[in-house]
Design a protein around this ligand. Structure first.
Ligand code: IMP
Ligand code: MG
Length: 185
């Protein structure tokens, strides 16, 4: 459904849980860590569209060593709530990743199902190394075993929006992370 009403938009934003300032600090710190850890190494930051595009955009600016960025888009299919699934890559990287140290840059790890399939797929392409950095982690929701190498914020099991994360494609443009609340008021 298309949204054009400012009040309806505002109503969806229940409560800010991570401010712009908190995000800025955490992203700067993560960028410094990457810059130290990967100095002198061919580095590729890979993002799975669309959710992580804002995080990747800020994170790559906080990295002070040479790096490339790459994007993938995927559709995943699972049998009900199980972890058995398939992932269909609808847009793929243009780089052959075998010559790179790869960091997957994610917006949020929820059940972990999609990211696990993507990590396996990238691992099969034999990068020099593969790590996962996520902005948000909802460990209570996990149904497959998957841990990020670095997670900027751990959050409880609430649906969140902003800073790239959407609800029905809206709210990605909020500069902070908020809890989504439809039935308020
Ligand atoms: P999963 O880890 O395979 O369950 O899927 C994670 C994906 O679901 C993320 O990349 C998001 O696109 C989406 N997602 C999970 N939780 C939220 C949320 O709280 N807000 C917005 N999107 C979410
Ligand atoms: Mg995502």
């Amino acid at each position: 459904m298309l949204m054009t009403d400012k009040d309806a938009f505002r109503k969806g934003i229940r409560r800010i849980i991570i401010t712009e300032e908190q995000i800025r600090e955490a992203v700067a710190e993560c960028g410094s860590w990457i810059s130290r850890e990967y100095e002198g190494k061919p580095l590729l930051l890979v993002s799975v569209l669309k959710g992580a595009f804002v995080f990747l955009s800020d994170l790559c600016k906080a990295v002070t060593i040479p790096c490339e960025v790459g994007f993938m888009a995927a559709q995943s299919y699972f049998e009900g709530t199980s972890s058995a699934g398939r992932v269909n890559i609808t847009y793929d990287l243009t780089q052959d990743i075998s010559g790179y140290h790869v960091i997957i840059v994610e917006d949020i790890i929820d059940t972990g199902r999609t990211l696990k399939l993507i990590a396996e797929l990238l691992r099969d392409r034999h990068p020099l190394s593969l790590k996962i950095v996520t902005l948000l982690d909802k460990p209570d929701r996990r149904i497959v075993e998957l841990e990020a190498d670095r997670s900027l914020f751990t959050i409880p099991d609430h649906f969140v929006i902003g800073y790239g994360l959407d609800c029905a494609e809206y709210y990605r443009n909020l500069p902070y992370i908020a809890e989504y609340g439809a039935e308020e008021g």
